[in-house]
Design a protein around this ligand. Structure first.
Ligand code: UDP
Length: 346
């Protein structure tokens, strides 16, 4: 596809679930890729298979710190800025760090884009809509977000990140694209991510109680990771600069329905337990993807059943590898931890 051979991409947060899947797709198209990740929630094991790949390097650094010289010296053409803990338990564990990642980290990424003349794609989130009064959510809806609640470090942080991105755009400092990502699932989610898909699949596989927060009538719409990655690449390669673009699967269902589906496909006899609904947990969420359809020619292709089967199979394999111990599990090779080679350095 297109001229990816000349693409030199920085992926911040590239050791995470979405980032590592994106890196695989970029490398498959011939790009050179540097991943910058603090490895706080991302895992080097997600990139272990790239140990011998000459067009790839991992730089272990936090995007809120001054960027390493090796990164500053590289002639990036594209920056995919994904770095931030994204699951509620993880981003709430150190809320100050989450807010700084979104503000200082995004400023660092944008300044790098400005310096290099690189195009930057910011991964924002459906959380900017808060607990939405408009359904489904269009990009024009300004959201109903609490700036003082426990989710604020993430959703207000991402709103601030969008502000920064569009200020850089408006003032001609950087060429930006902004994606608002809705709930995404698939291989390389963490078993301890705390999200409903990973929790329910892992609980079902282990025969543990399934935790439903609240009465399970709240809704979400789940997008399989390969579809999401395709949307991110299309947006980056597009000329859509006039505002954010929702990326998600509009197939909406309740949490209880999701649980039923997972129990059926795993054949699990796990019991259901109801726990309190987290503070500020959105009641409903479903993307309006008209903009992505019209401007990117994008819409998700993977049906929920198919995606859940693939994800459950991956978690089952992950569990088997964990039982076998470290010897049976892919480990990061030294090559994935070195600083960048200088192939693309100025
Ligand atoms: N949820 C649940 N059980 C779990 C984890 C989450 O019922 O074990 C609920 C959660 O309260 C929310 C929905 O599932 O209503 C989606 O939660 P998740 O953390 O996956 O994503 P987000 O809240 O960020 O959309």
């Amino acid at each position: 596809m297109n001229n990816s051979n000349s693409k030199i991409a920085l992926v911040t947060g590239g050791a995470g679930f979405i980032g590592s899947n994106l890196i695989d797709a970029l490398l498959a198209e011939g790009a050179t890729v540097v991943c910058l990740d603090s490895l706080l929630t991302g895992r080097a094991s997600n990139l272990a298979h790239l140990g011998g790949e000459p067009r790839f390097d991992l730089v272990e650094a936090d995007v809120i710190d001054p960027l390493p010289q090796s990164v500053r010296r590289t002639r990036f053409t594209h920056i995919y800025h994904l770095a931030c803990a994204a699951s509620p338990p993880h981003y709430q564990a150190d809320p100050e760090h989450t807010m700084l990642t979104n503000v200082v980290g995004t400023s660092n990424a944008l300044r790098l884009a400005e310096e290099k003349g690189a195009r930057l794609l910011l991964t924002s989130t459906s959380e900017v809509y808060g607990d939405p009064e408009v359904h489904p959510q269009t990009e024009g809806y300004r959201g109903w977000v609490s700036c003082t609640g426990p989710r604020a470090c993430y959703d207000e942080g991402k709103r601030a990140a969008e502000t920064l991105a569009f200020d850089f755009q408006r003032t001609g400092r950087a060429d930006v694209r902004v994606a608002r990502i809705f709930n995404t699932y698939g291989p390389r989610m963490r078993a301890d991510d705390g999200r409903v898909v990973s929790n329910v699949i892992c609980q079902a596989l282990a025969g543990d109680d399934i935790t439903i927060y609240g009465d399970g009538s709240q809704t979400r719409s789940f997008c399989y990771v390969s579809d999401l990655v395709d949307g991110l690449k299309r947006l980056m390669d597009s000329d859509v600069t006039d505002g954010p673009v929702n990326l998600g699967n509009p197939d909406e269902l309740t949490v209880s329905d999701l649980v039923e589906r997972v129990l059926a496909l795993t054949g699990s006899d796990s019991k259901l337990v109801h726990l309190p609904l987290p503070v500020d947990d959105p009641r409903r969420r479903k993307p309006d993807i008209s903009r992505a359809q019209a401007l990117l020619g994008w819409s998700p292709k993977v049906e929920l059943q198919q995606g859940l089967e693939a994800t459950a199979a991956w978690f089952a394999e992950d569990r088997r590898a964990a039982w076998k111990g470290v010897a049976g599990k892919p480990q990061p090779s030294p090559g994935t931890r070195t600083l960048i080679t200088g192939v693309a350095a100025e």
